[in-house]
Write a protein that binds this ligand. Structure first.
Ligand code: C2E
Ligand code: MG
Ligand code: MG
Ligand code: MG
Length: 298
Protein backbone atom coordinates (compact mmCIF):
# COMPACT_ATOMS: atom_id res chain seq x y z
CA UNK A 1 0.00 0.00 0.00
CA UNK A 2 1.65 3.22 -1.12
CA UNK A 3 0.45 6.55 0.19
CA UNK A 4 1.08 9.95 -1.29
CA UNK A 5 2.78 12.23 1.19
CA UNK A 6 2.69 15.46 -0.79
CA UNK A 7 5.28 16.76 -3.25
CA UNK A 8 6.92 13.75 -4.85
CA UNK A 9 7.29 11.88 -1.57
CA UNK A 10 5.75 8.46 -1.14
CA UNK A 11 5.62 6.32 1.93
CA UNK A 12 5.30 2.58 2.02
CA UNK A 13 2.66 1.52 4.50
CA UNK A 14 3.16 -1.96 5.80
CA UNK A 15 -0.19 -3.39 6.79
CA UNK A 16 1.10 -5.36 9.73
CA UNK A 17 -0.13 -3.97 12.99
CA UNK A 18 3.11 -4.96 14.73
CA UNK A 19 5.00 -2.64 12.42
CA UNK A 20 2.51 0.14 12.26
CA UNK A 21 4.57 2.57 14.32
CA UNK A 22 7.65 1.82 12.28
CA UNK A 23 9.25 -0.29 15.00
CA UNK A 24 8.91 -4.06 15.44
CA UNK A 25 6.81 -5.12 18.40
CA UNK A 26 9.59 -7.19 19.97
CA UNK A 27 11.74 -4.09 20.38
CA UNK A 28 8.97 -2.31 22.20
CA UNK A 29 8.28 -5.41 24.26
CA UNK A 30 11.90 -5.36 25.38
CA UNK A 31 11.84 -1.65 26.11
CA UNK A 32 8.71 -2.03 28.26
CA UNK A 33 10.14 -5.08 30.05
CA UNK A 34 13.28 -3.12 30.90
CA UNK A 35 11.24 -0.13 32.02
CA UNK A 36 9.18 -2.35 34.33
CA UNK A 37 12.12 -4.22 35.86
CA UNK A 38 14.56 -1.32 36.12
CA UNK A 39 12.15 1.23 37.48
CA UNK A 40 12.08 3.52 34.45
CA UNK A 41 8.33 4.16 34.57
CA UNK A 42 7.27 7.51 35.93
CA UNK A 43 4.05 9.43 36.37
CA UNK A 44 3.48 12.98 35.22
CA UNK A 45 0.55 14.89 36.64
CA UNK A 46 -1.51 17.34 34.63
CA UNK A 47 -3.64 19.71 36.71
CA UNK A 48 -7.42 19.87 36.22
CA UNK A 49 -9.08 23.17 37.09
CA UNK A 50 -12.49 24.45 38.07
CA UNK A 51 -14.00 25.79 34.86
CA UNK A 52 -16.53 28.03 36.57
CA UNK A 53 -13.87 30.00 38.43
CA UNK A 54 -14.65 33.71 38.08
CA UNK A 55 -11.02 34.41 37.20
CA UNK A 56 -9.83 32.18 34.39
CA UNK A 57 -6.28 33.43 34.94
CA UNK A 58 -6.22 31.88 38.40
CA UNK A 59 -8.73 29.03 38.42
CA UNK A 60 -8.83 26.76 41.44
CA UNK A 61 -7.39 23.28 41.27
CA UNK A 62 -9.76 20.30 41.34
CA UNK A 63 -7.29 17.49 40.79
CA UNK A 64 -4.93 15.94 38.30
CA UNK A 65 -4.66 13.26 35.66
CA UNK A 66 -1.82 10.77 36.05
CA UNK A 67 -0.02 10.17 32.75
CA UNK A 68 2.63 7.48 32.45
CA UNK A 69 6.02 7.90 30.74
CA UNK A 70 9.20 5.86 30.40
CA UNK A 71 12.25 7.69 31.67
CA UNK A 72 14.95 5.98 29.60
CA UNK A 73 18.57 6.51 30.71
CA UNK A 74 19.76 7.01 27.11
CA UNK A 75 16.67 8.00 25.16
CA UNK A 76 15.17 10.38 27.71
CA UNK A 77 11.46 10.70 28.23
CA UNK A 78 9.26 8.41 26.13
CA UNK A 79 5.58 9.36 25.69
CA UNK A 80 2.75 6.85 26.19
CA UNK A 81 1.77 7.06 22.52
CA UNK A 82 5.08 5.29 21.84
CA UNK A 83 4.39 2.27 24.02
CA UNK A 84 0.82 1.92 25.37
CA UNK A 85 -0.54 0.35 22.16
CA UNK A 86 2.36 -2.12 22.12
CA UNK A 87 1.83 -2.90 25.80
CA UNK A 88 -1.80 -3.67 25.03
CA UNK A 89 -0.73 -6.12 22.32
CA UNK A 90 1.84 -7.90 24.49
CA UNK A 91 -0.27 -7.90 27.67
CA UNK A 92 2.32 -5.82 29.53
CA UNK A 93 -0.34 -3.16 30.03
CA UNK A 94 -1.50 -5.20 33.04
CA UNK A 95 1.83 -4.69 34.80
CA UNK A 96 2.03 -1.06 33.72
CA UNK A 97 -1.54 -0.47 34.87
CA UNK A 98 -0.88 -2.07 38.26
CA UNK A 99 2.27 0.01 38.71
CA UNK A 100 0.34 3.17 37.86
CA UNK A 101 -2.39 2.31 40.38
CA UNK A 102 0.12 1.62 43.16
CA UNK A 103 1.82 4.95 42.46
CA UNK A 104 -1.54 6.72 42.42
CA UNK A 105 -2.39 5.23 45.82
CA UNK A 106 0.92 6.47 47.24
CA UNK A 107 0.27 9.96 45.88
CA UNK A 108 -3.27 10.03 47.29
CA UNK A 109 -2.06 8.76 50.67
CA UNK A 110 0.52 11.53 50.75
CA UNK A 111 -2.11 14.18 49.95
CA UNK A 112 -4.32 12.66 52.62
CA UNK A 113 -1.49 12.98 55.13
CA UNK A 114 -1.10 16.66 54.18
CA UNK A 115 -4.78 17.25 54.85
CA UNK A 116 -5.75 17.55 51.20
CA UNK A 117 -9.20 16.04 51.32
CA UNK A 118 -10.89 16.99 48.11
CA UNK A 119 -8.26 16.93 45.38
CA UNK A 120 -8.76 13.98 43.06
CA UNK A 121 -6.41 11.87 40.99
CA UNK A 122 -7.59 10.49 37.68
CA UNK A 123 -5.94 7.34 36.31
CA UNK A 124 -6.26 5.80 32.84
CA UNK A 125 -7.17 2.13 32.52
CA UNK A 126 -7.07 -0.10 29.44
CA UNK A 127 -9.57 -2.73 28.32
CA UNK A 128 -7.25 -5.58 29.21
CA UNK A 129 -7.23 -4.57 32.86
CA UNK A 130 -10.90 -5.56 33.01
CA UNK A 131 -10.09 -9.20 32.13
CA UNK A 132 -10.82 -11.67 34.93
CA UNK A 133 -12.01 -8.68 36.98
CA UNK A 134 -8.37 -7.76 37.45
CA UNK A 135 -8.98 -4.04 37.84
CA UNK A 136 -11.76 -4.55 40.38
CA UNK A 137 -9.61 -6.82 42.56
CA UNK A 138 -6.67 -4.45 42.24
CA UNK A 139 -8.79 -1.52 43.41
CA UNK A 140 -10.17 -3.52 46.35
CA UNK A 141 -6.64 -4.36 47.42
CA UNK A 142 -5.46 -0.75 47.00
CA UNK A 143 -8.22 0.58 49.20
CA UNK A 144 -7.48 -2.05 51.82
CA UNK A 145 -3.73 -1.37 51.92
CA UNK A 146 -3.59 2.40 51.59
CA UNK A 147 -5.23 5.12 53.67
CA UNK A 148 -7.05 6.62 50.70
CA UNK A 149 -10.60 7.80 50.21
CA UNK A 150 -11.96 5.93 47.19
CA UNK A 151 -13.84 9.10 46.26
CA UNK A 152 -10.55 10.82 45.47
CA UNK A 153 -9.68 8.24 42.84
CA UNK A 154 -11.14 8.37 39.33
CA UNK A 155 -10.71 5.65 36.74
CA UNK A 156 -10.75 6.92 33.14
CA UNK A 157 -11.71 4.49 30.41
CA UNK A 158 -12.03 5.26 26.72
CA UNK A 159 -15.29 4.62 25.00
CA UNK A 160 -13.72 2.05 22.65
CA UNK A 161 -13.65 -0.18 25.69
CA UNK A 162 -17.40 -0.45 25.39
CA UNK A 163 -17.08 -2.71 22.38
CA UNK A 164 -16.01 -5.50 24.71
CA UNK A 165 -18.36 -7.84 26.52
CA UNK A 166 -20.96 -5.40 27.75
CA UNK A 167 -22.49 -7.44 30.58
CA UNK A 168 -19.18 -8.29 32.20
CA UNK A 169 -18.06 -4.70 31.80
CA UNK A 170 -21.23 -3.32 33.34
CA UNK A 171 -20.89 -5.66 36.30
CA UNK A 172 -17.33 -4.52 36.95
CA UNK A 173 -18.02 -0.83 36.49
CA UNK A 174 -20.90 -1.08 38.94
CA UNK A 175 -18.76 -2.99 41.44
CA UNK A 176 -16.06 -0.33 41.15
CA UNK A 177 -18.66 2.37 41.78
CA UNK A 178 -19.81 0.46 44.88
CA UNK A 179 -16.26 0.70 46.19
CA UNK A 180 -16.75 4.46 46.01
CA UNK A 181 -14.28 4.95 43.15
CA UNK A 182 -15.47 7.34 40.44
CA UNK A 183 -15.58 6.59 36.72
CA UNK A 184 -14.88 8.88 33.82
CA UNK A 185 -15.52 8.24 30.14
CA UNK A 186 -12.39 9.45 28.33
CA UNK A 187 -11.92 10.75 24.78
CA UNK A 188 -15.64 11.09 24.28
CA UNK A 189 -16.61 11.59 20.68
CA UNK A 190 -13.62 9.87 19.09
CA UNK A 191 -14.86 6.30 18.93
CA UNK A 192 -18.27 4.73 18.66
CA UNK A 193 -20.18 7.11 20.87
CA UNK A 194 -23.02 4.86 21.77
CA UNK A 195 -25.67 6.76 23.65
CA UNK A 196 -27.17 3.70 25.32
CA UNK A 197 -23.84 2.94 26.98
CA UNK A 198 -23.68 6.43 28.37
CA UNK A 199 -27.14 6.06 29.69
CA UNK A 200 -26.69 2.55 31.12
CA UNK A 201 -23.20 2.59 32.56
CA UNK A 202 -22.31 4.33 35.85
CA UNK A 203 -20.04 7.08 34.57
CA UNK A 204 -20.08 10.24 36.66
CA UNK A 205 -17.85 12.20 34.32
CA UNK A 206 -17.57 12.65 30.59
CA UNK A 207 -14.32 13.90 29.09
CA UNK A 208 -14.65 15.67 25.80
CA UNK A 209 -11.78 14.93 23.47
CA UNK A 210 -9.34 17.56 22.27
CA UNK A 211 -10.51 17.13 18.69
CA UNK A 212 -13.74 18.96 19.62
CA UNK A 213 -11.79 21.79 21.18
CA UNK A 214 -9.25 22.65 18.50
CA UNK A 215 -11.59 24.50 16.15
CA UNK A 216 -14.27 25.56 18.56
CA UNK A 217 -13.43 29.24 18.09
CA UNK A 218 -13.36 29.22 14.30
CA UNK A 219 -15.89 26.59 13.29
CA UNK A 220 -19.53 27.13 14.07
CA UNK A 221 -20.21 23.48 13.32
CA UNK A 222 -17.63 22.28 15.85
CA UNK A 223 -19.03 24.68 18.41
CA UNK A 224 -22.56 23.36 17.95
CA UNK A 225 -21.34 19.77 18.11
CA UNK A 226 -19.46 20.53 21.32
CA UNK A 227 -22.54 22.16 22.79
CA UNK A 228 -24.70 19.14 21.98
CA UNK A 229 -22.24 16.82 23.74
CA UNK A 230 -21.98 19.10 26.78
CA UNK A 231 -25.78 19.41 27.06
CA UNK A 232 -26.21 15.67 26.65
CA UNK A 233 -23.67 14.96 29.41
CA UNK A 234 -25.42 17.40 31.70
CA UNK A 235 -28.89 16.02 31.03
CA UNK A 236 -27.59 12.57 31.93
CA UNK A 237 -26.39 14.04 35.23
CA UNK A 238 -22.70 13.79 34.37
CA UNK A 239 -19.94 16.27 35.04
CA UNK A 240 -18.27 17.41 31.86
CA UNK A 241 -14.50 17.89 31.64
CA UNK A 242 -12.89 19.45 28.58
CA UNK A 243 -9.36 18.35 27.75
CA UNK A 244 -6.86 19.90 25.38
CA UNK A 245 -7.65 23.57 26.09
CA UNK A 246 -4.83 25.49 24.44
CA UNK A 247 -6.29 28.99 24.30
CA UNK A 248 -8.17 31.26 26.64
CA UNK A 249 -10.87 31.79 24.02
CA UNK A 250 -11.62 28.07 23.99
CA UNK A 251 -11.96 28.07 27.76
CA UNK A 252 -14.37 31.00 27.64
CA UNK A 253 -16.62 29.25 25.13
CA UNK A 254 -16.80 26.09 27.23
CA UNK A 255 -17.23 27.98 30.46
CA UNK A 256 -20.28 29.65 28.96
CA UNK A 257 -21.62 26.18 28.15
CA UNK A 258 -21.43 25.37 31.86
CA UNK A 259 -18.76 22.67 31.84
CA UNK A 260 -17.29 21.66 35.16
CA UNK A 261 -13.53 21.36 34.57
CA UNK A 262 -10.67 22.26 32.25
CA UNK A 263 -7.45 20.46 31.42
CA UNK A 264 -4.99 21.67 28.81
CA UNK A 265 -1.69 23.26 27.91
CA UNK A 266 -3.20 26.73 28.24
CA UNK A 267 -3.49 26.15 31.98
CA UNK A 268 -0.68 23.70 32.65
CA UNK A 269 1.22 20.88 30.99
CA UNK A 270 1.76 17.49 32.58
CA UNK A 271 4.67 17.75 35.03
CA UNK A 272 6.68 15.49 37.32
CA UNK A 273 5.11 14.76 40.70
CA UNK A 274 7.67 16.87 42.60
CA UNK A 275 6.93 19.90 40.45
CA UNK A 276 3.20 19.39 40.86
CA UNK A 277 3.42 19.11 44.65
CA UNK A 278 5.65 22.17 44.84
CA UNK A 279 3.35 24.27 42.67
CA UNK A 280 0.08 23.15 44.25
CA UNK A 281 1.13 22.88 47.87
CA UNK A 282 -1.41 21.91 50.47
CA UNK A 283 -1.18 25.19 52.41
CA UNK A 284 -3.99 27.03 50.60
CA UNK A 285 -6.28 24.03 50.73
CA UNK A 286 -5.54 23.40 54.40
CA UNK A 287 -6.47 26.98 55.17
CA UNK A 288 -9.79 26.48 53.42
CA UNK A 289 -10.47 23.33 55.47
CA UNK A 290 -9.71 25.13 58.73
CA UNK A 291 -11.99 27.98 57.78
CA UNK A 292 -14.74 25.55 56.95
CA UNK A 293 -14.25 23.64 60.21
CA UNK A 294 -14.56 26.93 62.10
CA UNK A 295 -17.96 27.66 60.60
CA UNK A 296 -20.49 25.80 62.76
CA UNK A 297 -23.48 25.96 60.43
CA UNK A 298 -21.60 24.66 57.36
P1 C2E B 1 -5.58 10.83 27.51
O1 C2E B 1 -5.96 9.95 28.64
O2 C2E B 1 -6.67 11.38 26.67
O3 C2E B 1 -4.70 11.98 28.17
C1 C2E B 1 -4.65 13.30 27.68
C2 C2E B 1 -3.48 13.50 26.76
O4 C2E B 1 -3.60 14.77 26.13
C3 C2E B 1 -2.11 13.50 27.46
O5 C2E B 1 -1.14 13.01 26.54
C4 C2E B 1 -1.90 14.98 27.69
O6 C2E B 1 -0.54 15.33 27.87
C5 C2E B 1 -2.44 15.54 26.40
N1 C2E B 1 -2.87 16.93 26.53
C6 C2E B 1 -3.41 17.56 27.60
N2 C2E B 1 -3.69 18.84 27.34
C7 C2E B 1 -3.32 19.05 26.06
C8 C2E B 1 -3.34 20.20 25.19
O7 C2E B 1 -3.77 21.28 25.55
N3 C2E B 1 -2.86 20.02 23.92
C9 C2E B 1 -2.37 18.82 23.49
N4 C2E B 1 -1.92 18.75 22.25
N5 C2E B 1 -2.34 17.71 24.28
C10 C2E B 1 -2.81 17.83 25.54
P2 C2E B 1 -0.08 11.90 26.95
O8 C2E B 1 0.39 12.10 28.34
O9 C2E B 1 0.93 11.84 25.86
O10 C2E B 1 -0.95 10.57 26.94
C11 C2E B 1 -1.53 10.10 25.76
C12 C2E B 1 -2.48 8.97 26.02
O11 C2E B 1 -1.79 7.82 26.53
C13 C2E B 1 -3.53 9.28 27.09
O12 C2E B 1 -4.56 10.06 26.53
C14 C2E B 1 -3.97 7.87 27.47
O13 C2E B 1 -4.89 7.38 26.52
C15 C2E B 1 -2.67 7.10 27.34
N6 C2E B 1 -2.11 6.94 28.69
C16 C2E B 1 -1.35 7.78 29.43
N7 C2E B 1 -1.05 7.26 30.63
C17 C2E B 1 -1.66 6.04 30.66
C18 C2E B 1 -1.75 5.00 31.66
O14 C2E B 1 -1.24 5.08 32.78
N8 C2E B 1 -2.46 3.87 31.31
C19 C2E B 1 -3.07 3.76 30.10
N9 C2E B 1 -3.74 2.61 29.84
N10 C2E B 1 -3.03 4.71 29.16
C20 C2E B 1 -2.33 5.84 29.44
MG1 MG C 1 -7.25 10.13 30.14
MG1 MG D 1 -8.56 11.88 27.00
MG1 MG E 1 -7.05 11.85 24.36
Amino acid sequence: DIKHKGGNQYRLCVRDSALEDGEPLFLKERLIREALTRGWLCLYLQPIFQAQSPDLDAPSLLGAEALVRIHHPDLGLIAPNEFIAAAEKTGQIIDIGNWVLEEAAVILSEWQKQGIETRYLSVNASVMQFRDQGLLHKLESLIERHPIRPRQLIIEVTENLMLDNEDSLRFQLEAIRKLGVNLSLDDFGTGFSCLSYLHNLPFGTLKIDRSFVMNVQTSRRDRELARIIVDMGHSLGMQVVVEGIEARGQAEIFRAMGVRAFQGYHFARPMPLQAFNARYSSSSETRMCLLRAATPDD
